[in-house]
Design a protein around this ligand. Structure first.
Ligand code: UGA
Length: 443
């Protein structure tokens, strides 16, 4: 099929590449000429495992191309996927839908033949219906430019795998024709036995916000338990393992620590609550405000624990932060809990050095006040305290005895409870974990 993908950010670039991999003819559209130049010459504009290889394959096959021209995209596609960002509005919890409306406004006037426009962006419930009306009004072909909603559940770091082999496909449609077209688009994925859920527009929009809200709630639940564990000497990891054996609960997304960040969960729970308030049912989602508060509190709890480890103050101390991205296997620093902690500690007078395997370039341009260091050894040299805040595999592979020779004092706060604490203690490190007692240093 001939498919366009409008918006080539995280979601769009991965979707375009994977649709070409699935055998479709794909044209990616973005107004950002630098991004289109990069993609056209085979450079992925962000770090995502597996993406550069598939981008190169797609370009070489001749099935994947990119443009900045909406008229060209409109003329090319039978199916147009809307993949633009819906960030948090400045000064409000609600979602900013301006890019989505702009995308429809730039595409619609060029739609001269019947087609399907498919929204993938995360949106407040009711957005799809409004966009369907706008599309029918602005497109020369009228209501034959049909709208459907097809939320995306990909995780950064696993985006290619999640797109090619998703655990479900959800489509919101207003008629059988749209569903048939989408079944054809996803035929290779459906052939893998992927569950297919076809529903109305509002339910499809809600599936996405409900899923992200549930995941955020799960993380804040275990972090609330971590606070109770800290007050009682109990161990949150054992607690999570034990409750996770109950298949109704499940162990995934119960890793306690510094909490969630990124470009999705934080803004999505806020936008969902804001939308519920607009609908007059805000109290149904008031708990999401608590989820947000518990999540943000893990950042101040981490700063408090770090201060305590240093004997009460940061002034004049050197602190090294390992990991600046919001999660490993990504270079994304949007609402990164780790960077937030680093900035709070710097504001209290510490000299903060940060390291990350992939996120340093982004951190450098966004936060020139932090010292970004390329090698772990140089970042740790002379440190009074190490903070392990993003659980990259590289940090789990460090030799604690060797790292002890780099620092001024062997103190470590593991904000992700991901390092082998007994190994670090055995090498003489004083440790602090979140929600569990730390083994005492040996020697
Ligand atoms: C999230 C959802 O998981 C995807 O399904 C969804 O498609 C995506 O948002 C989106 O809306 O686009 P992502 O933002 O890539 O994906 O990241 P997650 O893997 O969900 O992790 C989010 C944050 O939670 C990270 O900061 C991570 O460190 C934290 N986390 C995760 C925990 O603190 N504990 C856990 O047990 C799991």
């Amino acid at each position: 099929m001939r498919i366009t993908v409008i918006g080539t950010g995280y979601l769009g670039a991965v979707h375009a590449v994977c649709m070409a991999q699935a055998g479709h003819e794909v044209l990616g559209l973005d107004l950002d000429a630098a991004k289109i130049d990069a993609l056209s010459s085979g450079r992925a504009p962000f770090f995502e495992p597996g993406l550069p290889e598939l981008l190169a394959e797609g370009l070489a096959s001749g099935r994947l191309a990119f443009t900045t021209d909406p008229a060209e995209a409109a003329a090319f596609g039978e199916v147009h996927f809307l993949c633009v960002g819906t960030p948090q509005q400045p000064g409000s919890n609600a979602a900013d839908l301006r890019y989505l409306h702009a995308a429809v406004e730039s595409l619609a006037p060029h739609l001269h033949r019947p087609c399907l426009v498919v929204g993938k962006s995360t949106v407040p419930v009711g957005t799809a219906a409004a966009l369907a009306a706008k599309l029918a009004e602005l497109a020369p072909v009228g209501a034959e430019a049909e709208l459907a909603w097809n939320p995306e559940f990909l995780r950064e770091g696993f985006a290619v795998e999640d797109t090619l082999r998703p655990d479900r496909l959800v489509v919101g449609v207003t008629g059988e024709h749209a569903e048939a077209v989408l079944r054809e688009v996803y035929a290779p994925v459906l052939a893998l036995g992927t569950p297919w859920i076809s529903t109305d527009l509002a339910t499809a929009e809600l599936v996405k916000t409900a899923a992200n809200s549930f995941l955020a709630t799960k993380i804040s639940f275990i972090n609330a338990m971590a606070e109770i564990c800290d007050a009682t000497g109990a161990d949150v990891t054992t607690l999570a393992d034990a409750i996770g054996h109950d298949a109704r609960i499940g162990r995934r997304f119960l890793d306690a620590g510094l909490g969630f960040g990124g470009g999705c969960l934080p803004k999505d729970i806020r936008a969902f609550h804001a939308r519920a308030q607009e609908l007059g049912v805000g109290s149904a989602l008031d708990f999401l405000g608590h989820v947000d508060t518990i999540n943000l509190r893990q950042r101040t709890r981490t700063v408090d624990a770090a201060r305590e480890l240093l004997g009460g103050g940061f002034a004049g101390r050197q602190v090294t932060v390992l990991g600046v991205t919001f999660k490993p296997d990504s270079d994304d620093i949007r609402d990164s809990p780790s960077l937030h902690v680093a900035r709070m500690i710097a504001a209290e007078g510490a000299e903060v050095r940060v390291h990350d395997p992939e996120g340093l370039a982004n951190a450098k341009s966004a936060h020139p006040e932090l010292e970004c260091v390329d090698s772990v050894e140089d970042a740790c040299a002379g440190a009074d305290l190490l903070l392990h805040l993003t659980p990259w595999r590289q940090y789990r592979e460090l030799d604690p005895a060797e790292v002890a020779t780099w620092v001024r004092a062997p103190r470590l706060l593991d904000g992700r409870n991901a390092l082998d604490a007994s190994r670090w203690a055995a090498a003489g490190w004083t440790l602090r974990l979140l929600g569990k007692p730390a083994p005492s240093p040996v020697g």
